[in-house]
Design a binder for this molecule. Structure first.
Ligand code: DAH
Length: 388
């Protein structure tokens, strides 16, 4: 082999050797770097696991004295900037292949912490309740329970409804905000009737008129719209009139209306029903008398007086020496009212009556000032007892 060739072969071999050395060296370097990174990651994850384990034992060992301790502990572990939150932040940098295992550990930590905190809270609350109910002095007098009772207006209303219920009447209802038709027109009020005047009716709107009902007679109309005769209803409700408030008048009060329509209903039926009512409400000795009167929706109409239960009819301050107390208005339903409500006056007749509940309650209980019913003064209300 010539010198030249030999040299060429040497170079060629050297080239390969250097390639191999280079390769080996760079692979080692690479492996080293990789190993370091792996070690760092391993430490990072081991560190997280250690933190989780530490928190788990801390949670298990936690013994709070008060509910406030539990709350502080909750904030420390589960709060927005708490230990679990920090671990969650760290979790973001965990490599994908370890995410699964660490995720499970973190979830476990959260469940354990939440359950333990809830249990501790409940235990402390129960202990507190037990303490509060502990009777430390068995001889201590008991506390008086305040038993309420119904309002006198409700007591009287229920009593009146009860009496008429025994005569076969059912209770009917209607709205407090009414229109002209139900309060006036359908009840045969002429257009110029003073009740339509601004002076005693609360108008909410005009043309078409919307008013606060001035009497419960509007429920008569609503009942006739809904129901065909025979009709036998009693209608309790609140009514409104623009009156100056005094011991005998108020702008809000309560009425009870009655309506009975059937074939052959007579004035005698009305008188007998109202006498029965007066005796049930004021006692067996009660008598009634009727004085002719006027209402647009009844013809003939009457005012009903009951004999004064205070003086037994002899005359006293309450009945102003007359022996009689006015309790209601009544009358035979005007044929025009029946016609307005599509009931044939040749086939049917009926009677109606209406009374103020406050007035009846004043007479029954001897209350001298109507305003007392609206003031909610317990010294007044406590004096009335009723079965609840
Ligand atoms: N609505 C009358 C009023 O408020 C009371 C009344 C009188 C009602 C006679 C009636 C009745 O049904 O027949 O003064």
């Amino acid at each position: 082999m010539s010198n030249e060739k030999w040299f060429e072969a040497l170079l060629f071999q050297l080239f390969f050797v250097s390639l191999a050395v280079n390769y080996t060296y760079s692979t080692r370097e690479h492996l080293y770097v990789r190993a370091c990174a792996g070690l760092r990651r391993y430490k990072y994850i081991r560190n997280m696991i250690q933190k989780i384990e530490k928190l788990l034992s801390e949670i298990e060992a936690f013994q709070p004295a008060t509910a406030a301790d539990v709350e502080a502990f909750r904030i420390k572990i589960l709060g927005k900037k708490g230990e679990l939150g920090n671990l969650m932040e760290e979790f973001k940098s965990v490599p994908a292949e370890q995410k699964r295992e660490l995720g499970q550990r973190l979830n476990h930590l959260k469940t354990v912490a939440t359950e333990r905190i809830n249990t501790l809270k409940e235990e402390l609350m129960n202990a507190q309740a037990m303490n509060a109910s502990k009777i430390d002095d068995m001889t201590r007098p008991g506390s008086n329970e305040q038993v309420g009772s119904r309002h006198p207006i409700s007591i009287v209303k229920n009593e009146i409804v009860g009496i008429f219920a025994r005569l076969g009447y059912t209770v009917a209802d209607g709205p407090e905000i009414e229109d002209d038709w139900h309060v006036f027109s359908a009840l045969n009020f002429p257009p110029e009737h003073p009740a339509r005047d601004m002076q005693d009716t609360f108008f909410i709107e005009q043309n078409p008129d919307v008013v606060l009902r001035t009497h419960t007679s509007s429920i008569q109309v609503r009942t006739m719209e809904r129901q065909k005769p025979p009709i036998r209803v009693i209608c309790p409700g609140r009514v409104f009139r623009n009156e100056a408030i005094s011991y005998r008048a108020h702008c809000i009060f309560h009425q009870i209306e009655g309506l009975y329509i059937d074939r052959n209903v007579s004035f005698a039926d009305m008188k007998q029903s109202l006498l029965y009512f007066a005796k049930e409400l004021f006692g067996e000795q009660a008598q009634i008398r009727m004085r002719p009167s006027y209402f647009p929706f009844t013809e003939p109409s009457a005012e009903v007086d009951v004999s004064c239960s205070i003086c037994g009819g002899k005359g006293c301050g309450v009945c102003k020496g007359t022996g009689w107390l006015e309790i209601m208005g009544c009358g035979m339903v005007d044929p025009n009212v029946l016609k307005s409500n599509n009931i044939d006056p040749n086939e049917y007749s009926g009677f109606a009556f209406g009374m103020g509940i406050e007035r009846i309650a004043m007479l029954k209980y001897g209350v001298g000032d109507l305003r007392l019913y609206f003031e909610n003064d317990v010294r007044f209300l406590n004096q009335f007892e009723s079965a609840l």
